[in-house]
Design a protein around this ligand. Structure first.
Ligand SMILES: NC(=O)c1ccc[n+]([C@@H]2O[C@H](COP(=O)([O-])OP(=O)(O)OC[C@H]3O[C@@H](n4cnc5c(N)ncnc54)[C@H](O)[C@@H]3O)[C@@H](O)[C@H]2O)c1
Length: 367
């Protein structure tokens, strides 16, 4: 496997497109609008073309594009109101062009974000033509949430110049973008996508292409488990959401998942996994092989000098103090914000009582 180089490496800095890009986005739907907003809010003045390739009834050819432009404008106005952008939304929109002509507009693009429906028909029709749509130096980043790069290659995507860029909704607010490459991906193509995403303030994470990326795999496992707890009558949806907001998710925002395994102790995960596997009888609780291997090797986290991370030379007391400061800052933000709440349940924040609550849900309008 060839690993894509990290931004700032030789291949990234040798990229003739480094820093200056013409961006194409194909598909003016939810993700297309989100990605366009993310690009424009960074105010980097990259020319941006939003392309609709769907056949539409005569007279409505530009309807979806115009609707998308209105949504992008509304997003930018909201971001301005929230103090997340300095620029004037009208001015930021000036770099946006709407187009129905991929063969004309996409070849000059150095980076094309494909955000078409997750079907082999919609994506397949696009990738079958992608050779004609892509200029000599263009790279495609597919927003696919399930297709592997092998599937996209079978549809006709240029293998060396296609990566998957998995954004999370709302794309303009969630920092993470998972960037997946395959053995056959040109490292410079992945480096370009990563470099561009970083330049617009995103946090790209690179991984090898496989079904489910990182987040959906962890998320689906956790979501299924939450639903099973409801089905078993052990707790209601609001209790589960409170547990996640006030505990599981709150802690993960500071520690991450693997770091937390290490800092808690890999042996703790092994014991918990063994107990839940024995009592609930579900295979996915059984400790993974590296957990038992690490326990046998004494690599149980900071106590053993090593876990999934290396702790030699790391001042763990200081590490914990830093993380605790992070918790303190988050607790302060929660205490001060009318929009952050540890409580589960469907409710909107309230300017008056500070937190809103499920009891208000039936009487208060959304927003
Ligand atoms: N919505 C999400 O939360 C989310 C999150 C991550 C990734 N994704 C991925 O992003 C991609 C786009 O998803 P979305 O939610 O924006 O979809 P969407 O349905 O909102 O948007 C798709 C766009 O393509 C157009 N379209 C519909 N049929 C078409 C066809 N046959 N040919 C060409 N264009 C067609 C639609 O009119 C629309 O403008 C998918 O690959 C999806 O898996 C979505």
């Amino acid at each position: 496997m060839t690993d894509p180089v990290s931004p700032g490496s030789d291949a990234a800095s040798a990229d003739p497109q480094a820093g200056k890009h013409t961006i194409g986005i194909v598909g003016p739907g939810r993700m297309g609008v989100g990605i366009a907003t993310a690009v424009l809010m960074a105010a980097r003045n990259h020319p941006l073309v939003l392309v609709d390739v769907k056949t539409r009834p005569p007279g409505t050819e530009f309807a979806a594009l115009q609707r998308a432009r209105e949504e992008i404008a509304a997003n930018l106005r909201l971001l301005q109101e929230l103090g997340l952008i300095d620029g004037d939304p009208g001015q930021l929109l000036e770099t946006l062009t709407l187009s129905r002509d991929p063969a004309e507009e996409l070849p000059p693009c150095s980076l094309v974000f494909e955000a078409l429906p997750e079907t082999t028909t919609a994506k397949g029709a696009f990738y079958a033509e992608s050779g004609a749509y892509l200029g000599g130096a263009g790279v495609i980043a597919s927003a696919t949430s399930t297709f592997t790069l092998e599937t996209l290659r079978e549809m006709g995507a240029p293998p060396d110049r296609t990566v998957a860029a998995h954004w999370l909704n709302p794309a303009f607010l969630i920092p993470l973008v998972e960037v997946a490459h395959a053995e056959w991906t040109d490292p410079a193509a992945a480096a370009r996508v990563v470099g561009f995403l970083e330049s617009i303030g995103k946090i790209p994470v690179q991984l090898r292409s496989s079904p489910g990326f990182i987040v959906p795999r962890i998320q689906v496992a956790a979501m299924n488990e939450a639903v099973r707890i409801v089905e078993e009558g052990l707790a209601g949806p609001a209790e589960i959401d409170t547990a996640v907001k006030a505990g599981f998710g709150f802690r993960l925002g500071v520690f991450g998942l693997i770091e937390f395994i290490d800092l808690g102790g890999i042996d703790i995960l092994a014991h918990a996994g063994n107990y839940l596997h024995a009592t609930l009888g579900r295979e996915h609780y059984r400790p993974p092989r590296s957990v038992t291997d690490k326990m046998a090797a004494g690599e149980v986290g900071p106590r053993g000098g090593k876990g999934y991370y290396d702790y030699h030379g790391v001042d763990t007391s200081r590490l914990f103090r830093d993380r605790y400061r992070g918790f303190a800052e988050l607790l302060r933000a929660y205490a001060e914000s009318p929009h952050l709440s540890f409580r589960g349940g469907i409710h909107t924040g309230s300017e008056e009582d500070g937190k809103g609550g499920p009891e208000h849900a039936e009487t208060r309008e959304e927003g």
